[in-house]
Write a protein that binds this ligand. Structure first.
Ligand code: TWS
Ligand code: ZN
Length: 654
C-alpha cells in the first residue's frame, strides 16, 4: 500500500501575462520547485506516480454551472485584452490561454488521486496542481482558483464510490469559501478551515469566514471555521486547533475519506500568511489525520508562495504519508491569547452540534468576542507588491533530516509464538543472558537499539508489566531520555516513578485513583473503561496528546496493566497510531501474558497500518465528559497546550 504522487509539468505552462504585483506570487515555479524538492530528497521515487487526466464537463458540472464552464471554455481563444477583461469579472485571479487546460488537469489530478485511494491501488497520496481550487465558486473564479478541485473530488468520491462521509481539512492560510458554499447545507461533508482573518480585514474579507458560520439547514454544525485574528501563529497554535477543535469532531464524524486542501501558505516565510509555524508541523498535521478513514487521505495542493518553505512543507507532508516517523515537536510554547480566543469561540459556536464541546461555556465571554473590530474601522490596505526587506529576512531552522531506522518494529515474544507480519523477532536467548531475566535483558537491549536509531519501535509480551516497565525506565533514564509512560488499566502503578520530570506517567483507569500527586503523574479516570469510544477520544485527543506533545518524550512506553477490562482493539490501535507521532515513533508496547490477542493488532499499528475507524461516536456519557473536562482545566496550569480559552488572570509568560 503506497503513496501516490500525481503531477504533470503541463500545469506549469500558464502564467501572468501582464503587470500586477498582487498576482505575480502565483508562479509556475511553485510546482517545479515543489516537485524538485521531492526528487532531491529521494521521496519522489518512493511514491507511486499516477498520471493526470483532463476532467470531463460532467465532472466539472458536479460543482460548477453550465454558464460558467462555457465562459471559461472560451478563454483559450481570447486575445490578451479579452483575457484581461474576463479576469476583471472576478476577484484576485488571472487567466492565460492555457489556464483552462491546466484547470481541467488540476481537477483531473484530484480525481485520479481519489480513484487511486478508493480502488486501493495506494493508501494515500498528494496531487501537486495549479491552478488551486478552494476559492472557486459555482459560477465564479476567485483567488487564483478556476475550478474547485477538492469540492469536485468530494462529489466524485460520493457518486462513483458511494463514499458517505467526507472530511475536508483546509490548512491553507486562506478561507476556502468556495468549499464552504458548496457544502454548507450538506451533513455528509464536514469542512474545517483555519485562516488568517484579522477581524475580517484579510482577504477575502468575508463575514462568512468567522467562527459563527457553522453550516445551514441539515448541514448545521458541519462547517467549522477557525479565524486567526493575528499573524505570527506558531506550531502550538495549530496543534491546539487540531487537539481541541478538529480532531474531536473528526473522530465523532467518522469520515470514510479525508481530503486535505493542502495549502502551505500557512507556514513560516510565506509572504501572504505571515505565520510562524515551521514546515515540520505538516508532518504532525498529516500524521494526526492518518488514522481517520482507515488511512484514506488525499492531499491536494492549494497555496504556498515562499518556494523554500513550500518545498520543505511538501516534503514533510509526503514523507509522513509514506510512513516515516515525524520529527520531534520540539519546544512547544503555550498557544497565544489570540489563538485561544478563536478556539474558545469555535467550541462555543459548535457546542450544540458536537458532544465533545457540550461542556464548553455557552457563549464567549463578552470581552473576548472576535468581533471587537468593526468592518468600518478597517484601515487602508497596505501597499502590496514584491517581497519587502522584512519578508526576505524571515528565517527558520533547516528541517531535521528524517532517517528512518533500518528495522521498523521488533517483537520480544516467546520462542514458540509466531512472529507477527512485518516484525523482526528480537529475543536475547537464555544462553547469552547471565541475569536470568531474558525478557528484561531483551527489553533493555531493544531500548538501546531504539536509542541508536537501529530499530524504530517494538512490542513485548511480559509476565509482569511493572517489573518490565521499571527495567525500561531505568535503562532509558541512564540514556538521558525523557520517557512518557502511558498505562492502560490496572489499579496502581507498582514501581516507583521518579517525579523529577524524567518520566511522565498518564494512567487511564476505571477505578477512581488519587488526585494528581505531581505534575508528572496524571491519573485519568474513565468510568466505562477504554471500551467506551467517546471517553477514549475525549481523553486521548483532549488530554493525553496535548500533554504528550508538550512533554516531547524521547521514548514512549505504552503498557497494559493487569485489569479485568481490556480496551477495545480498535481504540488500542488508535492509541498506538496516535502515540507514534511522538518521540520519532520510538514507542515500546508492553503486553501482558494472557493478552496474546493484542499482539497482532499492536504489531499492525506499530508497522504503520492505519488503525480501523471507531465508528460514529454516539451520545456521550455526560459524567465522564464533565470529569475529564474538569481534569483538563486543573492540569492546564502546568500543561499549557491543554488550554482552550484565555486565562482570567494572565500569568507573566504570556
Ligand atoms: C488567494 C492571495 C488582488 C487583490 C486583493 C489577483 C491577485 C490577488 C491575490 C489575494 C490572494 C488570494 C491566495 C493568495 C491563496 C489578492 C489579489 C487580493 N490576492 N489562496 O489579482 O493562496 O489559497
Ligand atoms: Zn492560500
Amino acid at each position: 500500500m503506497g503513496t501516490a504522487l500525481v503531477y504533470d509539468e503541463e500545469m506549469t505552462r500558464y502564467k501572468l501575462l501582464w503587470l500586477d504585483p498582487d498576482c505575480e506570487i502565483e508562479r509556475p515555479e511553485r510546482l517545479t520547485s515543489s516537485h524538485e524538492a521531492l526528487l532531491q530528497s529521494g521521496l519522489a521515487t518512493r511514491c507511486v506516480s499516477i498520471p493526470v487526466r483532463q476532467a470531463t464537463d460532467t465532472e466539472i458540472l458536479l460543482i460548477h454551472s453550465q454558464e460558467y464552464l462555457e465562459a471559461v471554455k472560451k478563454t483559450p481563444y481570447m486575445t490578451l485584452q479579452d483575457l484581461q477583461q474576463f479576469t476583471q469579472l472576478y476577484g484576485a485571479v488571472y487567466f492565460h490561454p492555457n489556464s483552462y487546460h491546466c484547470a481541467t488537469l488540476a481537477v483531473g489530478a484530484a480525481l485520479q488521486l481519489v480513484d487511486g485511494v478508493l480502488t486501493g491501488t495506494v493508501r494515500n497520496g498528494i496531487a501537486l496542481v495549479r491552478p488551486p481550487g478552494h476559492h472557486s465558486m459555482r459560477s465564479a473564479a476567485s483567488g487564483f482558483c478556476i475550478f474547485n478541485n477538492v469540492a469536485i473530488a468530494t462529489k466524485y468520491a460520493q457518486k462513483k464510490y458511494g463514499v458517505q462521509r467526507v472530511l475536508i481539512v483546509d490548512w491553507d492560510i486562506h478561507h476556502g469559501q468556495g468549499v464552504q458554499y458548496a457544502f454548507e447545507d450538506d451533513p455528509s461533508v464536514l469542512y474545517f478551515s483555519w485562516h488568517r482573518y484579522e477581524h475580517q480585514k484579510f482577504w477575502p474579507e468575508l463575514r462568512d469566514s468567522d467562527y459563527d458560520s457553522v453550516g445551514k439547514d441539515k448541514g448545521l454544525g458541519f462547517n467549522i471555521n477557525v479565524p486567526w485574528n493575528k499573524v505570527g501563529m506558531e506550531n502550538s497554535d495549530y496543534l491546539a486547533a487540531f487537539f481541541h477543535v478538529l480532531l474531536p469532531v473528526a473522530y465523532e464524524f467518522c469520515p470514510d475519506l479525508v481530503i486535505v486542501c493542502a495549502g502551505f501558505d500557512s507556514a513560516v516565510g510565506d509572504p501572504e500568511g505571515e505565520m510562524c509555524a515551521t514546515p515540520d508541523i505538516f508532518a504532525h498535521l498529516t500524521h494526526l489525520l492518518m488514522n481517520l478513514a482507515g488511512g484514506k487521505l488525499c492531499a491536494v495542493l492549494e497555496g504556498g508562495y515562499n518556494l523554500t518553505s513550500l518545498g520543505q512543507s511538501v516534503c514533510a507532508t509526503v514523507q509522513t504519508l509514506l510512513g516515516d516517523p515525524a520529527p520531534r515537536p520540539a519546544d512547544l510554547q503555550s498557544p497565544s491569547q489570540s489563538a485561544l480566543e478563536s478556539i474558545h469561540c469555535v467550541r462555543a459556536a459548535h457546542r450544540n452540534f458536537w458532544s465533545s464541546f457540550q461542556h464548553s461555556p455557552a457563549a464567549p465571554p463578552s470581552e473576548v468576542s472576535t468581533k471587537r473590530v468593526k468592518r468600518e474601522e478597517k484601515d487602508e490596505r497596505t501597499q502590496r507588491g514584491g517581497a519587502t526587506d522584512s519578508e526576505d529576512a524571515v528565517t527558520w531552522p533547516e528541517p531535521q533530516k528524517r532517517r528512518p531506522p533500518p528495522v521498523r518494529t521488533a517483537a520480544v515474544i516467546p520462542e514458540d509464538a509466531s512472529c507477527p507480519d512485518g516484525c523482526r523477532r528480537f529475543n536475547i536467548s537464555q544462553r547469552e543472558d547471565f541475569s536470568n531475566d531474558s525478557t528484561g535483558a531483551s527489553l533493555t537491549a531493544l531500548v538501546g537499539k531504539m536509542e541508536k536509531n537501529e530499530i524504530c519501535n517494538g512490542l513485548a509480551l511480559v509476565s509482569d508489566v511493572s517489573t518490565a516497565m521499571a527495567a525500561v525506565i531505568q535503562h532509558a533514564s541512564a540514556l538521558k531520555q525523557r520517557v512518557l509512560v502511558v498505562c492502560v488499566g490496572g489499579t496502581r502503578i507498582q514501581s516507583h516513578m521518579p517525579e523529577d520530570g524524567t518520566t511522565l506517567t498518564v494512567h487511564f483507569n476505571k477505578e477512581v485513583l488519587e488526585e494528581p500527586r505531581c505534575k508528572y503523574y496524571i491519573p485519568v479516570h474513565l468510568k466505562r473503561g477504554f471500551g467506551d469510544v467517546s471517553g477514549f477520544t475525549q481523553a486521548t485527543l483532549g488530554l493525553l496528546l496535548p500533554i504528550a506533545y508538550q512533554y516531547d518524550p524521547g521514548l514512549v512506553l505504552l503498557a497494559q496493566a493487569p485489569s479485568k477490562d481490556r480496551p477495545s482493539s480498535s481504540c488500542w490501535q488508535q492509541l498506538v497510531g496516535l502515540l507514534l507521532g511522538l518521540a520519532q515513533a520510538r514507542v515500546l508496547v508492553l503486553l501482558r501474558e494472557g493478552h496474546e490477542a493484542f499482539i497482532g493488532p499492536t504489531a499492525s499499528s506499530l508497522t504503520g497500518t492505519p488503525a480501523p475507524s471507531l465508528g460514529q461516536v454516539g451520545a456521550s456519557q455526560a459524567e465522564d465528559f464533565e470529569a475529564l473536562d474538569g481534569l483538563r482545566r486543573r492540569l492546564q496550569v502546568d500543561w499549557k497546550l491543554l488550554r482552550t480559552s484565555v486565562q482570567e488572570h494572565e500569568d507573566e509568560d504570556n
